[in-house]
Ligand binder design. Structure first.
Ligand code: SF4
Length: 397
C-alpha cells in the first residue's frame, strides 16, 4: 500500500455514512481512485505566468544539492529542461538510489515510478510527485485485490506452487510486493527475456503482470514459444475467463492489461507508413500489440530506441512507435535522419503529461520554503517484499 500526503477530502457529519460512489453521484465528493490528486494543496501558479521558467530555476537553485530532479523520457520539454537526469523508469529509480545525499527526489514521471524510487532510496529521503493524478492506466489494470483473487484461482486449479510471478516495472508497489512474496521477480522492457529465463528455472509456468503484450512478445519472439502457449487472464471474469485445463496447460498466464499509448498502434499504422515512406525502418516498443511487433523491423525499450537512432546512418528513415514526446525529441536530436511518429494521430501519454511546469514550480517552491508536499511513501511491509522482487531482478545475469 502507498501513502500520500495531500489535502484531505471534505467530509460532512451525517447519521448514515454514504458510500464514496453515492457521494460522487450527488456531486458532493470526489472518487478517491479516479480523481486522485486532482486537488492541489497550495497555490498552483498560473500556466500563463511568464516567470515560470525563472521561478523553477530559482527554487531549484535555492534547494541546491538537497534536491534531485528525475525526468522520464515521456515528459514534456518544459519539464525535462529541469531534470538532473533523464531515462526510463528503471534507470531513474537507480539514479535516485545513487544519490543518498539528496534530501528530496522530485520525480517527473508517474505514480508507480515514484513508488519504486521510494522503495530503492533510504528512509530519510523524500520522494515527491508534482501532481498526484499522474498515474498509469496500465499499472491501474492490476489491483492488489484482483491479483490476490487470481492467486486463489491458481491455487484452486492446483498450479500455484509451480507458477512464478513476473511483474513489469510498470506496476504498483502492491503488485511488486505480491511478486516478491510469491518468489517472483520484476522485469523491464530491456531485461524481460532474462527475467523469463530465470522464472522458468524456478517453476514451470509464469504469471505475467500487468502488460499482456510485453509478456506475449517476449515469450514468442525471444523464448520461441507459440501463441498457444499463452492464455489471457481477464480479472473481470470468473476464474479469469479460463478453464482449469487451460490454466494447467499454459506456459504463460498473461494478465489482461495494456498500455493505452502503445496499444493504439495497429498493423494499419505499419502498412500506411511503409506506403507513405518507401524504405522506412519501423521501430517499436514491445508494449505494442503482437501483430505490430511482428510487422516491425526493430523492437526494443525506450533506451534501445534512442541507441538505435544514435547509431543510424545519416539519411536513413525511421517510423517510431512509442510516446510522442520521446519521438519528437529523438527527431530533433537527429536532423540528418527522417524520423516520424508511427501513427497519424497524436499519442501523448495523458497521465505523464499531467506533470507540467506549474506543478513543478509549485513542488519546488514548496520544498524551498520548507513544506514537504505530495510525498509518495510506500509502507514498510509492502516495501520489503517489493524490494525482494526488485533485488531478484538486479541479480539477473
Ligand atoms: S506510456 Fe503507457 S505504460 Fe507508460 S505511463 Fe503512460 S499509460 Fe503507463
Amino acid at each position: 500500500m502507498c501513502v500520500v500526503t495531500t489535502a484531505q477530502p471534505r467530509t460532512e457529519s451525517l447519521d448514515v455514512q454514504p458510500t464514496p460512489l453515492a457521494l460522487l453521484l450527488l456531486g458532493r465528493e470526489a472518487d478517491p481512485r479516479s480523481e486522485r490528486g486532482v486537488e492541489c494543496p497550495g497555490d498552483l501558479p498560473s500556466p500563463s505566468d511568464p516567470d515560470l521558467v525563472e521561478r523553477a530555476r530559482a527554487a531549484k537553485e535555492k534547494l541546491g544539492e538537497r534536491v534531485f530532479v528525475l525526468g522520464h523520457h515521456y515528459q514534456r520539454d518544459e519539464v525535462i529542461q529541469f531534470a538532473d537526469v533523464t531515462g526510463d523508469s528503471f534507470k531513474l529509480a537507480r539514479e535516485a538510489a545513487a544519490r543518498p545525499d539528496a534530501e528530496y527526489i522530485v520525480f517527473c514521471g508517474v505514480h508507480f515510478m515514484a513508488e519504486s524510487a521510494d522503495i530503492l532510496t533510504s528512509a530519510d529521503q523524500k520522494v515527491v510527485l508534482p501532481d498526484l493524478a499522474a498515474g498509469c492506466s496500465m499499472a491501474d489494470m492490476a489491483t492488489a485485490e484482483q491479483v490476490a483473487e487470481c492467486w486463489d484461482v491458481l491455487t484452486d486449479a492446483g498450479i500455484a506452487e509451480r507458477v512464478v510471478p513476473v511483474s513489469y516495472m510498470n506496476s504498483s508497489a502492491d503488485i511488486k510486493a505480491f511478486t516478491g512474496k510469491h518468489g517472483g521477480t520484476i522485469c523491464t522492457s530491456s531485461n524481460a527475456k532474462k527475467a523469463l529465463d530465470w522464472a522458468f528455472e524456478q517453476g514451470e509456468q509464469v504469471l505475467f503482470l500487468p502488460d499482456q503484450h510485453l509478456g506475449r512478445n517476449t515469450a514468442v519472439r525471444d523464448l520461441g514459444m507459440s501463441l498457444d502457449d499463452c492464455v489471457l487472464y481477464n480479472p473481470h471474469k470468473p476464474n479469469g475467463g479460463l478453464t482449469v485445463e487451460q490454466l494447467r496447460a499454459a506456459k504463460m498466464i498473461l494478465w489482461r492489461g495494456h498500455c493505452s499509448v502503445h496499444g493504439r498502434f495497429s498493423i494499419d499504422s505499419v502498412r500506411d507508413v511503409r506506403e507513405r515512406i518507401p524504405g522506412v525502418n519501423v521501430l517499436v516498443h514491445p508494449e505494442c500489440k503482437h501483430e505490430v511487433v511482428t510487422a516491425a523491423d526493430y523492437v526494443g525499450s525506450t533506451e534501445y530506441i534512442i541507441k538505435v537512432l544514435d547509431a543510424a546512418p545519416a539519411g536513413s528513415k525511421w517510423a517510431i512507435g512509442t510516446e510522442l514526446n520521446l519521438v519528437r525529441r529523438v527527431a530533433q536530436a537527429h536532423p540528418d535522419k527522417e524520423v516520424v511518429f508511427l501513427d497519424r494521430t497524436v499519442c501523448f501519454c495523458s497521465t505523464m503529461n499531467r506533470i507540467d511546469l506549474p506543478h513543478l514550480v509549485w513542488a519546488l517552491e514548496s520544498l524551498a520554503e520548507g513544506n514537504l508536499v505530495n510525498q509518495i511513501q510506500v509502507d514498510s511491509e509492502t516495501e520489503s517484499f517489493a524490494k525482494l522482487a526488485l533485488e531478484r531482478m538486479l541479480a539477473l545475469p
